[in-house]
Design a protein around this ligand. Structure first.
Ligand code: F0G
Length: 447
């Protein structure tokens, strides 16, 4: 039994508002704006109990999955979500592993480092996904849509984790996968995953922004299905990251949810999740989103905080000053400024989801800031000392919280959820960090 027409695509620009059927593969409206998946029905808050009961999966991989456990809140396939046979026909899952092991944890050493009570800090390791990053949340849903429309090939550009995730799901589903990577600029552990899963690597002489441009063009010309986060179905799956956090907090909103910022897919999906939950009456309080850029790739933070031409860029109720963004990119090009950070995952100069990101920050009264490479390494390392693994870009969440606490933007008794986006795939980074006794958390080797 399908619910015809409950889900559709809609342009995010309120002045434009073009709509498309759910089978559309456009990642933009005809005027070039980003799209949202929209649902006509309001999901009942009784589903909170259903989701909780599914944590005893009773033999269903769609209950085991930390993504599909919440399937009523992302039912763009418009299927009967209780019918497991129907779920198996439509929903793409790596045997229920996506999102299964990620939930918020308390980490006392990280809490001490950032200066907050251990009870108030929750860190959610999304690296404990089957391909080792948060991407699996959104890839399972994007590939579900690819399968729904009969795509034979998925395509992405990547700083590494997207390609690993896309390659994994493509291999599991028996479809082809092309990945465009900035040559020499991705962590070896991520590159090897893409090869291992049989993806076709296309090396681009440039950075991630160049790779994305080329992959979008090639996808269009060669009938590839794009699975980067500008694909609105990626965003649907990534909503489950805040869903899981909120569920573990009994749907009591924290004061803050903190993410590293790259292409701003996470920021966008968290914003959309919170907008929907609030509109549906599932949460009463709106957590504030904090986005942490690297100092070397700080587009959002620069524009949001008025560091370029003195204007603080805002969503402005759907009328953002997009000329300012264009001018900023022209300025980067003219000055030859390229994004530069050792946290290659977030070495991104042109965040493709910037407008959705701004909308998320406006809805949540959010903030954006930057941290340095050495701070991110400290953040990564203190997570390790709690027995959890994360990569350098994820360290941004931890030190970002510390910075915002030091600036008294996050208050001492606020409750904070920080997302640790990926596990360590750059094996020598911790080795080099610990070998240098100058580093804050270093435990140098003895001989
Ligand atoms: N953290 C990690 C570990 C990432 O891999 C990424 C993005 C981000 C944070 C930034 O997230 O784009 O949602 O703001 N990695 C992409 C990739 C770009 O290709 O793997 P965002």
């Amino acid at each position: 039994m399908t619910m015809q027409g409950d889900a559709y695509l809609k342009c995010i620009d309120p002045q434009c508002g073009l709509e498309y059927p759910i089978e559309s593969t456009n990642v933009q409206c005809d005027k070039g704006h980003l799209l949202d998946v929209k649902y006509k029905k309001t999901p009942s808050t009784n589903l909170k109990d259903v989701f909780s009961n599914r944590r005893n999966p009773q033999g269903s991989i769609f209950n085991e999955s930390g993504v599909w456990r919440f399937r009523e809140l992302l039912n763009f396939c418009q299927i009967d979500t209780e019918n497991i046979d129907e779920c198996s026909k439509y929903l793409v899952s790596l045997d229920g592993a996506e999102g299964r092991q990620s939930k918020p944890y308390q980490m006392s050493k990280a809490a001490e480092f950032v200066g907050i009570s251990s009870n108030n800090l929750w860190l959610q390791p999304e690296g404990y996904n089957p391909s080792g990053s948060f991407k699996d949340n959104g890839m399972s849903t994007a590939v579900t849509h690819a399968k729904m429309i009969g795509a034979k090939k998925i395509v992405c550009a990547s700083t590494g984790n997207t390609s690993a995730s896309a390659g994994m799901f493509a291999a599991n589903e028996g479809i082809n996968c092309d990945v465009y990577i900035p040559a020499g600029q991705i962590a070896p552990g991520k590159l090897s995953q893409a090869y291992q899963f049989g993806a076709q690597i296309i090396e681009v002489d440039g950075n991630f922004d160049d790779a994305l441009k080329q992959s979008l063009e090639d996808a269009q010309n060669h009938e590839g299905y794009t699975v980067n986060s500008i694909n609105p179905f990626r965003i649907e799956g990534q909503k489950t990251i805040p869903f899981r956090a909120l569920e573990y907090l009994n749907w009591e909103s924290p004061d803050w949810i903190v993410y590293p910022g790259g292409a701003l897919g996470n920021t966008s999906s968290c914003g959309k999740a919170l907008m929907e939950l609030y509109e549906w009456g599932w949460i009463k309080k709106i957590p504030r989103i904090a986005v942490i850029n690297s100092e070397g790739a700080s587009t959002l933070s620069d524009l949001y905080n008025g560091k370029f031409e003195g204007e603080e860029l805002r969503w402005n109720k759907g009328k953002p000053n997009t000329d300012l963004i264009t001018k900023y990119y022209d300025h980067l090009d003219k000055e030859g400024i390229r994004p530069k950070t050792k946290a290659t995952a977030i070495q991104i100069g042109r965040p493709a989801n910037i407008l959705k990101g701004l909308r998320a920050l406006e809805f949540t009264n959010g903030v954006a800031t930057t941290v340095s490479d050495s701070e991110m390494l400290d953040g990564m390392s203190v997570v390790g000392l709690n027995g959890f693994d994360c990569e350098m870009a994820s360290g941004a969440s931890v030190v970002g919280i510390k910075k915002l606490m030091d600036e008294e933007i996050i208050k001492k008794d606020d409750t904070v959820v920080g997302i640790l986006t990926g596990r360590q795939k750059d094996a020598m980074l911790p080795v080099d960090y610990h070998k240098n006794p100058e580093n804050k958390f270093a435990i140098p080797p003895k001989s």
